[in-house]
Ligand binder design. Structure first.
Ligand code: ADP
Ligand code: MG
Length: 703
């Protein structure tokens, strides 16, 4: 029997939570902290020293020797530089471990090696990390020993954001301010704060580490760049929600324990649609904590997988031909008094506040569909979006039958008098209850779906930070709230004005609503007729960041300056070109050093066989025709490799930026696809003994 796990006890044991602060801090200091968390402000140096000491003592009791300012540069992952608590020893050689308020609040990592998109010239390499007091410190236990991690924002010397946290916090403040204006219009004076809440469902693949390490593409690109489909894929639907295999189960158990210790509410786990694919979902929480926690989820998945001799692949499309991975970003807006602005209630058609919120979100999503699309784009997602298993690259909104009907009534007559009821589902078994079908229903093909009391943004990539999508959501909805509040606050007759506004917004932006099959080809045509943007890949999406419309939006709410937007665009172009560059070089390396030599050896074996069999008087026709086919494909492969080398060389010579990114997308990606074709065909023909690395069958079905 395995030991009984006391989850209540271990939960949050490695987090310096509010509860622990309350226990360990003098009351005035604790109150000062809580007040800053709720209303903003700066911690006094004296208080910071007290907090730092308490934090260090707690960390040392948990075995920590080091601390780090944990931040999220624009690489999409997290960064940390560890410092020990050690100080200068005294004359007698005795050393006291220390951690000051200054060290807690501010760090100065050498920032020159992080992407800044030209914001911070390298000679002015100073960057600052500052403690995000609203996200709790925690202890990470890795091979380097327990380390105290302090979530921080990362800015340049002149205050420009170099990370994903700073703009996220700015966007949360903007949404808070504008949503409160809406609430006040409806007479709500109790709410003091409005907070976006996020729950991110994380998809991933688990494969055997030893096999993974035999493939350069998995090592360098995080995905397979070659690979013929296995005889079996996901067509039997036998993996989704299937029984979790023992080895993976052991891994999931350890992941949960590690996450619970870190205060992450890992809640749901199951097998996903593709073989070797799984999902983990925590319970939703404040957006910035959810963003931090999602980073911890990704880190923990990878680290614990390693301990089990497994490898966790977070890439959006690790294997061709089976589903890719995404992240469903569940988003809602909640007050500090516990009211969810997205809660339709029993009679949404009569719930004016809800209808106004909905109208504003329709307006926001329609007006800034391009920015939302951008916020979910990364290199890996180019391979997933628009595939048969993923939402298309076109943003639309799913509301479900009931709300769609309410919107249609409002648009037509200005009133929504009737409400479609959820049907009763008859089970047909007398001992089983019948139940009322959820009227919001489910539509798995929509990129942005209303699911009861939240929106589920399903376009987000599995490997990406959920920072950008939430910055964008908060910003665009803040803008719509602001414009609505401007009008309604000035109106003489509020009831009439709000009624007119809802009708106007819904009529104008109804085109964004689509309840049909988002995977169907017809939808692409219909969306074009409606004038909805269809932005096929990441490089085109980058352009949306620096349009007049985007600059106006982000500057108005103090989320990004124009300079920050341009720098982000530059960084994204660079990331794109560099990623494809690595993929192309990896493909060439595998082709030239592993696959072509293997096929040459196989061809020689075929030639030898043909000659020997013939000499011995046998029928050598099979090996002979196989030889012909294999060598023909080999020639094609070699040619394709040479062509890729040529376009790749030219791309590497280009100056960094937009033009280079587009070149990589147009020329290099095409040449990569052309090389993969003959290579995958050869894999299907060559004796397995000769093939230089594990295949899809080995990787996806043998864990
Ligand atoms: P699904 O059917 O998509 O799996 P769930 O109800 O299980 O939906 O929720 C998925 C995610 O959405 C979870 O992380 C959950 O905590 C989160 N979630 C639920 N309600 C809300 C809400 N009001 N706001 C934000 N996220 C939410
Ligand atoms: Mg979901």
């Amino acid at each position: 029997m395995s030991e009984i796990l006391n989850v209540e006890e271990i939960f949050g044991s490695k987090v310096f939570s509010l509860g622990k602060m309350k226990e360990r801090l003098p009351e005035e200091v604790y109150n000062e902290l809580v007040s800053i968390m709720e209303h903003g402000g700066e911690l006094t140096r004296a208080a910071a020293n007290v907090v730092a000491k308490a934090m260090k003592d707690w960390a040392m009791e948990n075995g920590a020797t080091h601390y780090t300012h944990w931040f999220q540069p624009l690489t999409g992952i997290t960064a940390e530089k560890h410092d020990a608590f050690v100080t200068h020893p005294d004359k007698e050689g005795k050393m006291l471990m220390e951690f000051s308020g200054k060290e807690l609040i501010k760090g100065e990592p050498d920032a020159s090696s992080f992407p800044s998109g030209g914001l911070r010239a390298t000679f002015e390499a100073r960057g600052y990390t500052t403690w995000d007091i609203t996200s709790p410190a925690f202890i990470k236990e890795t091979a380097t020993g327990p380390t105290l991690c302090i979530p921080t924002a990362f800015c340049s010397y002149t205050g420009e954001a170099l990370d994903k946290k700073t703009p996220l916090l700015r966007s949360m403040e903007a949404l808070d301010k504008q949503a409160l204006r809406i609430l006040r219009l409806f007479g709500n004076i109790e709410a003091k704060k409005v907070i976006p809440c996020v729950g991110a469902e994380q998809e991933y693949f688990i494969i055997d580490a030893k096999k993974a390490l035999k493939r350069e593409d998995i090592i360098f690109a995080g995905r397979t760049l070659y690979g013929a489909p296995a005889p079996k894929g996901q067509e039997m639907d036998d993996h989704y929600f299937g029984v979790i295999r023992e080895r993976v189960g052991g891994f999931m158990h350890d992941v949960n324990v590690e996450l619970w210790k870190l205060g992450v509410t890992a809640k749901t786990q199951h097998n996903e649609a593709a073989p070797a694919q799984h999902e983990l979902a925590p319970i939703y929480e404040t957006a910035n904590v959810a963003v931090d926690h999602n980073q911890l989820v990704m880190e923990t998945l990878k680290r614990v997988a390693g301990k089990h001799s497994l490898r966790c692949m977070l890439h959006e499309k690790p294997f061709a031909g089976v589903n890719g991975s995404g992240k469903h970003n569940n988003w809602s807006i909640t007050t500090d008094t516990g009211l969810n602005l997205l809660e339709p209630g029993k009679k949404p058609n009569e719930n004016t506040q809800f209808l106004l919120v909905l109208a504003c979100i329709m307006k926001a999503v329609d007006t800034h569909a391009d920015l939302l699309r951008q916020s979910a784009s990364n290199v890996g997602n180019d391979l997933r979006l628009g595939g048969y298993e993923a939402p298309p690259a076109i943003i639309s909104m799913f509301l479900g039958e009931q709300l769609e009907d309410v919107v249609a009534q409002l648009v037509e007559t200005g009133h929504a008098d009737s409400l479609k009821k959820g049907e009763v589902l008859k089970t047909g078994v007398s001992t089983l209850p019948d139940f009322v079908k959820d009227a919001t229903d489910r539509n798995r093909t929509s990129p942005f779906a209303f699911t009861g009391n939240k929106f589920e943004f399903r376009m987000v990539g599995s490997e990406d930070s959920i920072g950008s999508p939430n910055i964008t959501l908060n910003a665009i909805v803040a803008e719509a709230f602001c414009e609505a509040a401007d009008r309604l606050e000035a109106a003489e007759d509020f009831d009439e004005a709000v009624h007119n506004l809802i009708k106007e917004y819904m009529s104008k932006h109804q085109r964004i609503i689509f309840n049909g099959n988002g995977y169907a080809k017809e939808w692409t045509e219909e969306a074009a007729r409606r004038g909805l943007p269809n932005i096929p890949t990441m490089v085109e999406a980058v352009e949306t960041l620096t349009t007049k419309k985007a600059i106006r939006l982000f500057e108005k709410f103090g989320i990004f300056t124009e300079a920050e937007l341009h720098s982000r665009a530059e960084i994204l172009y660079e990331i794109y070109a560099k990623t494809i560059n690595i993929e192309a070089l990896t493909m060439l390396d595998m082709a030239n050093k592993q696959m072509i030599p293997a096929v040459v050896k196989f061809a020689k074996a075929l030639a030898d066989t043909t000659v020997t069999v013939k000499m011995a008087g046998g029928d050598a026709s099979v090996s002979k025709s196989l030889l012909k086919e294999v060598t023909a494909k080999l020639t094609a492969m070699k040619k394709a490799a040479e062509r890729l080398q040529k376009v790749e060389d030219a791309g590497a010579q280009m100056a960094r930026g937009k033009e280079q990114a587009f070149y990589y997308r147009n020329k290099v990606v095409t040449a990569m696809n052309e090389l993969r074709l003959p290579a995958d065909e050869l894999e299907k023909m060559v004796d397995k003994e000769f093939w230089p690395f594990p295949t899809y069958s080995d990787l996806l079905f043998e864990v």
